[in-house]
Design a protein around this ligand. Structure first.
Ligand SMILES: [Fe+2]
Length: 260
């Protein structure tokens, strides 16, 4: 039976309900995305959030997020981005996060697939890093079920995405992750955020998919950060038990509304 899962990323939520990032009210945008998710994709079996949850890294912001996600909580899986406070994330979403060697990860199963979430945060840095002990954990997880189709989620893309300034703040130890993925053919795709635009990159048996932010969008192939005017979005996956899958990005045009 097909399992539908949804990914949202780079929420950059702020405690201030009117707070903006690059001229975008991140809370208004997230609410619009969640409205569409509830209306059109409410039957999805998982909601995976791939980091940059709280731009201001305040506990209060995580509490706001938990409230906004509301009925999605039982289906929710979370991993950190570079804009994150791991401790507050655990305190507020403790029942939704697994802690392995001080990293916030998840290992889940649905529809004959395994879903694995990695923590690529390098505290104080924009670039990411997995570290040896987390890669060992991933290797053990992959070795435990080598025949089960698997999806890997992390914030920082492990392949170059073709935008220089973003590639410079990618995953520091990407090559070691790629070595592991290349000898794990059950991993059908790697799905990331961080670059705030949609991208598909295939390289040496690794398929990378990136997803637009729910907040501000970045124009690809620029020399520095240039906000893009395309609407925010999210990604849906339909996973088949035989390891095949379909995926697409859904955009959410924003209608300005008065916040409560
Ligand atoms: Fe981000």
């Amino acid at each position: 039976m097909t399992a539908r899962i949804v990914q949202i990323t780079d929420l950059h939520l702020l405690a201030d309900p009117l707070g903006e990032l690059k001229g975008v009210c991140t809370r208004t945008n997230l609410q619009a995305v969640l409205d569409v998710l509830r209306r059109d994709f409410g039957s999805a079996e998982r909601l995976i959030v791939t980091g940059d949850l709280a731009h201001d890294e305040l506990r209060e912001t995580y509490e706001v997020l938990r409230e906004l996600l509301g009925d999605w909580l039982p289906k929710l899986r979370l991993i950190p981005g570079n804009h994150e406070n791991r401790g507050f994330m655990r305190q507020v979403f403790g029942d939704r996060v697994t802690v392995v060697d001080d990293r916030n990860v998840f290992a889940d199963a649905i529809g004959g697939w395994r879903l694995i979430g990695l923590d690529s945060q390098l505290p104080g840095e924009v670039r990411g890093q997995l570290g040896e002990s987390q890669r060992d954990w991933l290797a053990r997880e992959l070795a435990a079920e080598p025949l089960r189709p698997t999806a890997v989620f992390l914030h920082h893309p492990p392949l170059k995405v073709g935008t220089g300034w973003l590639d410079e703040i990618g995953l520091e130890d990407a090559e070691r992750l790629l070595e592991l993925l290349r000898r794990s053919p059950q991993v059908k795709f790697v799905c990331c955020g961080h670059i705030h635009h949609e991208m598909t990159v295939a390289q040496a048996n690794v398929l990378l998919l990136t997803t637009p932010s729910t907040s501000v969008q970045f124009l690809p192939e620029t020399e520095m950060l240039v906000p893009d005017s395309v609407p925010p979005g999210f990604r849906i996956f339909d996973l088949e038990p035989d390891g095949s899958f379909r995926t697409r990005v859904v955009r959410v045009p924003i209608v300005t509304r008065v916040l409560p």
